[in-house]
Design a protein around this ligand. Structure first.
Ligand code: FMN
Length: 439
């Protein structure tokens, strides 16, 4: 069968547009409404999406303007996906968990549990925290610096995957006749001692259906790419142009060989913000409805956060983007992307804030299903993407538009599955099941 693209549904309570919660068709209380998420999961699964994807931050925004955004109350991702695992059968469940403010044992245990609960559909989006406010919730006065966060992340990954191999696949034979619950020869105690962590092990969860949950990453700086090349199986990235996405794709795939990895052992899925209409005019009009709801100060607050935790409220709204230092606390790749965008299009602060109010800098498509499918096909066939993480302005409406319009168009073109290939997330993504390092 010819190569087909992968699709993730990036869920965000009321939707990705910062003003979506104010739209008449959007349930403003969606962040803590399980029935809402259940519906989203079922729409995505009926459309044969590979995964649900949930981002995270372990802090709520506290600046004054935060009271005008729907960003302060939502489910914790692993808890939410564990509940969704009970009402879905095929779709992958990718939760974000930070390596900066967690312990590896907790993370290994929770994701192994999700993999068991879901019959092999768990994925871990390993992030280093791009929100400086998180530090204040974990006994620190300031966020851990960029390089240190990545150093900790690398070791964190080693420990988590080591713990996932604590038991061989058939270690627990639970033999009632002999009285032996597990075979001691198939237990492996990690005994990790490193720069950041000391973890004895073993994990108190048997090796999970996928052997190891799928490792997802979303850092795109130089250090982020190197960590991804070494450890990630799916990479989520923000790209604005075909040429930029092609360069990122070639660069990252080109780094795999030195770690003994093949090009298809890592799937690159840029984010794409999509507004779908029956006609192009209808799609534009739909997009404009959301844009009209953006208060300039809200757009600029979102911009400051995405640029790397800067307070831009003291700068004039109609002035240019001020010169900012390289962010230590946020995403260096996104800072570069947004700064280049402001320069290229000569945008004022308020205009840039408004421009990214929907997709936060991700590639944006507004049009008919066929127009959108054309661009996705182009990126997929021209070495820019193995698939896409789909962001929609509002939920559930935007996801329904994509599922009922764009997905059938991709299927007609033979670019997307009509049935799931396997039972586990690895099988559907075409990723090998990892062997146990101790065997
Ligand atoms: C597309 C994308 C999505 C991300 N999602 C999250 C997230 O949900 N939570 C988080 O703490 N960090 C998130 N990050 C940031 C990662 O933590 C990243 O490792 C860190 O900010 C450093 O990024 P950099 O390598 O581009 O500098 C995301 C990054 C990108 C590029």
């Amino acid at each position: 069968m010819s190569r087909q693209l992968k699709l993730g549904a990036f869920l965000m309570a009321t939707g990705h547009h910062v003003a979506a919660w104010r739209h008449p068709q959007v349930p403003a209380n969606a962040g803590l409404d399980f029935a809402h998420y259940k519906r989203l999961a079922q729409i995505a699964e009926a459309a044969r999406f590979d995964t649900l994807f949930v981002a995270d931050s372990v802090a709520a925004p506290t600046q004054n303007i935060a009271s005008r955004m729907a960003r302060s109350d939502h489910f914790e991702p692993l808890t939410l996906l564990s509940a969704l695992s009970a009402v879905t059968e095929h779709i992958g469940l990718i939760a974000t968990a930070t390596t900066s403010y967690n312990e590896p044992y907790h993370v290994a245990r929770k994701f192994a549990s999700l993999d068991h609960l879901s019959g092999g559909r768990a994925g871990w989006n390993l992030v280093t925290s791009d929100n400086a406010a998180e530090a204040l919730n974990f006994g620190r006065d300031a966020h851990i610096g960029h390089a240190e966060r990545y150093s900790r992340a690398r070791e964190f990954h080693q420990v988590v995957t080591g713990l996932w191999d604590s038991w061989e696949d058939d270690a627990f034979h639970r033999d009632k006749a002999s009285g032996e619950y597990y075979d001691p020869a198939k237990l492996h105690v990690l005994e990790h001692v490193g720069e950041h962590f000391r973890v004895k092990g073993p994990l108190n969860v048997a090796r999970s259906p996928q052997g190891q949950p799928v490792i997802v990453q979303a850092g795109s700086s130089e250090t982020g790419r190197e960590l991804a090349a070494q450890t990630a199986e799916v990479v989520f990235t923000a790209q604005t142009s075909l040429a930029g996405a092609q360069a990122f794709y070639a660069d990252l795939k080109g780094r795999l060989a030195k770690y003994g990895r093949s090009a298809d052992s890592l799937k690159i899925m840029p984010g794409v913000f999509v507004v779908v209409g029956q006609t192009e005019a209808e799609a534009q009009e739909k997009c404009e409805t959301f844009q009209q709801l953006v208060e300039p100060e809200v757009g600029v607050a979102l911009l400051g956060r995405m640029l790397g935790n800067f307070d831009l409220s003291k700068y004039p709204l109609d002035g240019p983007l001020p010169e900012l230092p390289l962010t230590e606390s946020g995403q260096q790749s996104r800072q570069k992307l947004l700064t280049e965008l402001a320069g290229r299009e000569n945008l004022s602060l308020a205009e840039l804030g408004r421009k990214i109010a929907g997709g936060r800098g991700h590639y944006s498509l507004v049009g008919t299903p066929a127009q959108i499918a054309d661009r996705l096909q182009e990126w997929f066939e021209q070495g820019a993407a193995d698939g896409f993480n789909v962001l929609v302005p509002h939920l559930p409406g935007g996801l329904e538009d994509f599922a009922h319009g764009v997905v059938p168009e991709l299927q007609r073109r033979g670019l997307f599955r009509t049935e799931y290939e396997g039972r586990t997330l690895r099988e559907n993504l075409g990723l090998a099941r990892p062997g146990n390092r101790f065997v």
